[in-house]
Ligand binder design. Structure first.
Ligand code: GTP
Ligand code: MG
Length: 217
């Protein structure tokens, strides 16, 4: 009984994911699903990215949080469009929620739409939202064992951003171990070291993003 119920929920999600994927492809939109633990710096990274690239790319953000629209407000302060989804307890966004957020924004005018998923390293990776790619963040204070402990999330990443690299000299964190653990589950992922607070590493991150947008879908 439990198994068939799960299958039903997933197939409804997958139907919406397919529609979202077709919408992104038809409109030349790069959609990135941004996944990480709470507080690893997703919103800070997105706000700095938008401020830095607003002359080159039209960007918007779909924000997922259990409660509050704080993150959507932070994104709007950059001048970009943001739609907040409050999941009311759910630990991930669904493709249906993303579809309704797309209707609530001027989506067709965008080059890049980021989906900031609900903060955790477990549930979001199990749900296809129809995105073009996945950005997984890991911040230095979370500890260097996270790729080994949550391999499924890291296995699905197109790029892994090691954020808060400005703290690496103050906290025990073995970069080589993290890189090896990511490569063990995902040899194709790009791995970038970034500080969303200071801007360190943003040249490489912005180059990656612009390159992804330029790629034919
Ligand atoms: N030192 C340092 N602090 C950072 C960096 N990036 C983000 N922070 C801080 O980390 C805290 C959390 O950042 P957020 O951007 O809100 O993190 P988030 O992943 O969006 O959090 P949730 O949406 O709650 O999951 C804030 O106090 C940021 O100022 C960084 O690169 N270095
Ligand atoms: Mg956030």
């Amino acid at each position: 009984m439990k198994v068939s119920l799960n299958q039903k929920i997933l197939s409804r999600n997958d139907q919406f994911a397919q529609k979202n994927r077709a919408f992104f492809a038809e409109n030349g939109i790069l959609c990135l699903n941004v996944i990480s633990s709470p507080g690893s710096g997703k919103t800070t990274l997105l706000a700095r990215t938008i401020r830095r690239l607003h002359d080159r790319l039209q960007m918007a953000v779909i924000e997922g949080d259990i409660r509050t629209d704080h993150d959507a407000q932070r994104i709007r302060e950059t001048g970009a469009e943001a739609v907040q989804i409050e999941t009311q307890g759910a630990c991930h966004l669904s493709a249906e929620q993303v579809a309704s957020a797309l209707k609530a924004m001027n989506a067709t005018s965008k080059d890049v739409i980021f989906i900031e998923n609900v903060g955790n390293l477990v549930c979001p990776s199990a749900f296809d939202l129809g995105e073009s790619g996945r950005v997984v963040l890991l911040s230095v204070p979370e500890g260097d064992d996270k790729p080994a402990k949550y391999p499924g999330t890291f296995a699905g990443a197109d790029v892994v951003i090691i954020n808060k690299i400005d703290l690496v000299d103050y906290i025990p964190f073995r970069l080589e171990r993290v890189q090896a653990d990511i490569q063990a589950v995902n040899p194709d992922a790009s791995i970038l070291q970034v500080s969303a607070e200071t801007g360190q590493g943003f040249d490489a991150w912005c180059d990656w993003l612009v390159g992804q947008h330029a790629k034919p879908s």
